[in-house]
Design a protein around this ligand. Structure first.
Ligand code: PLP
Length: 496
């Protein structure tokens, strides 16, 4: 493809992309192809000779789109949103244009420097304590990771190495220190509540440490949150067994029910466990911190070690864009920095620059700061706040409609951050579970909206969360009508 061919192809591709977005609401939101649908539609190998772009492009509609679940559809109310936006897409386009590995500053100074600048912008927007800024005296700062899971894995490594180094300091010789580390490595344990996303447990599997899950209670009036007293009890039990608790994930917006752990009550516990690395997983709901009414929430984070939120979930920035902040970047560098001769350069050697390769697991990295920059400038703070606030408002309307039909529905946990978790009402839990599952399946089979379910404390529940820029209140109203219709059908079939 030469320049002129690219110009023509890119124009037709952009036209097709705009048409796709303009008509997305009329497509069936979830793909209903069968497993293996694609193989029979494609030849057994690549073409022997070049194909024209027009032939390649026409296969998008006929072969690829049938297998796409339309996460950008206004009718996508499942999991959590994965917002896209035109400025975000343009950021991806330029990133692809400048493709480079960007592992250190010299690879493309703009990529590193823009990342530091926009992550500081974001930290201030989220009202994170100043200790997470790149300019902080304690040497904090932010770095873009591919996902919240990757971020957790990265800080788990840093926390593990910090803890082991502290233990090793008790040795009187290198040999003795090595012995202490060897003796205790298998006793390291990371904690989280049983509502924490599975990425913490996965991170433990990857980093070779134990994982302890703390059961947290909840109900229709109190969400499932981790508190200081529950944490303290778990820490005491683990320590009594001779284990070394070294890491804790607390969550702002748990996956199943969007619960926010009681951060303030965790802080005093840290007085007795000063070596515990506390990570805040705010993958989805962290975006709400840009609203004035949530800006008090991060105050206790100054006592914690790291914080992560995905701009690629709710903040209009295309996947992938997980923003990880640490209070002390030295801990990342101590754990992850290895400098073979081929990575040496005078700027890095003199400590004049940031080399983000030392803040992450992979070496190479994409120029992801561009899309944050484009999104922030195109929407402005007011546009971003408006988007988040609208999603929360529409979610609150939906929750109220559910409450208003207390004859057939029950709210399972207090609605939060635009998420409503509810079930079909019945005298017995087993009956409610059976009916709710039937309604869930009927709604998704109907195909106009797409939702997910969860099981919380033995209760089968439906989760509804908007958050897409095209998901307006009328979409949620229509979704509610579908729920009522399908529930009445299921109840009629049960009575018959
Ligand atoms: N943490 C929470 C609270 C989540 O809800 C999710 C995913 O939904 C994750 C972490 C994992 O996110 P990622 O896909 O970025 O790894």
């Amino acid at each position: 493809m030469n320049s002129e061919q690219f110009r023509a192809a890119a124009h037709t591709a952009i036209d097709q992309i705009i048409d796709y977005y303009d008509t997305i609401g009329s497509r069936r939101v979830v793909s209903n192809v069968s497993p293996g649908y694609l193989k029979p539609l494609l030849p057994p190998g690549p073409p022997a000779n070049p194909e024209p772009w027009a032939d390649i492009q026409s296969d998008i509609e006929s072969k690829i789109l049938p297998g796409i679940t339309h996460w950008q559809s206004p009718n996508f109310l499942a999991f959590f949103p994965a917002n896209s936006s035109y400025p975000g897409i343009l950021g991806e386009l330029y990133s692809a244009t400048f493709t480079s590995a960007n592992f250190n500053w010299l690879c493309s100074p703009a990529a590193t420097e823009l990342e530091t600048i926009v992550l500081d912008w974001l930290a201030r927007l989220l009202n994170l304590p100043a200790c997470f800024l790149s300019t902080s005296k304690n040497g904090g700062g932010g770095v873009i990771q591919g996902s919240a899971s990757e971020a957790i894995c990265t800080v788990l490594v840093a926390a593990r190495e910090r803890y082991l180094r502290n233990l090793a300091a008790a040795g009187n010789s290198a040999e003795e220190s090595e012995g202490i580390v060897d003796d205790n490595r298998s006793k390291l344990v990371a904690l989280s509540s049983d509502q924490t996303h599975s990425s913490t447990q996965k991170g433990c599997q990857i980093t070779g440490v134990k994982h302890h899950s703390i059961k947290v209670p909840g109900n229709a009036t109190e969400n499932y949150i981790l508190t200081g007293p529950l944490l303290r009890k778990a820490l005491e039990e683990l320590t009594a067994k001779g284990l070394h608790p070294f890491f804790l994930t607390v969550t702002l917006g748990t996956t199943a029910t969007c619960a926010t752990d009681d951060f303030a009550s965790v802080v005093p516990v840290l007085m007795d466990y000063p070596n515990l690395w506390v990570h805040v997983d705010a993958a989805f709901a962290g975006a709400a911190l840009i609203l004035p009414q949530y800006q008090h929430v991060p105050a206790p984070f100054e006592h914690f070690d790291s914080f992560d939120m995905n701009m690629h979930k709710w903040l209009l920035t295309n996947f992938d864009c997980s923003c990880l902040y640490v209070k002390t970047r030295k801990h990342l560098l101590d754990a992850l920095s290895i400098t073979p001769p081929y990575l040496r350069n005078p700027f890095s050697e003199q400590g004049l620059v940031t080399d983000y390769r030392d803040w992450q697991i992979p070496l190479g990295r994409r120029f992801r700061a561009l899309k944050i920059w484009f999104v922030m400038r195109s929407y402005g703070v007011s546009g971003l706040q408006g988007h988040i606030w609208n999603s929360i408002r529409y979610g609150e309307s939906f929750a109220q409609w559910v409450r208003d039909r207390a004859d057939i529905f029950e709210i399972v946990v207090p609605p939060a951050f635009g998420l409503t978790v509810f079930a079909v009402k019945a005298a017995l839990r087993e009956e409610s579970n059976r009916l709710t599952k039937a309604v869930y399946e009927a709604v998704n089979a109907h195909g106009e909206i797409f939702i997910t379910s969860t099981v919380i404390d033995g209760t089968y529940a439906i989760r509804v969360v908007g958050g897409g820029p095209k998901t307006r209140e009328e979409v949620l109203r229509r979704a509610f009508e579908i729920f009522v219709c399908k529930t009445e059908e299921v109840l009629r079939a049960t009575d018959a």
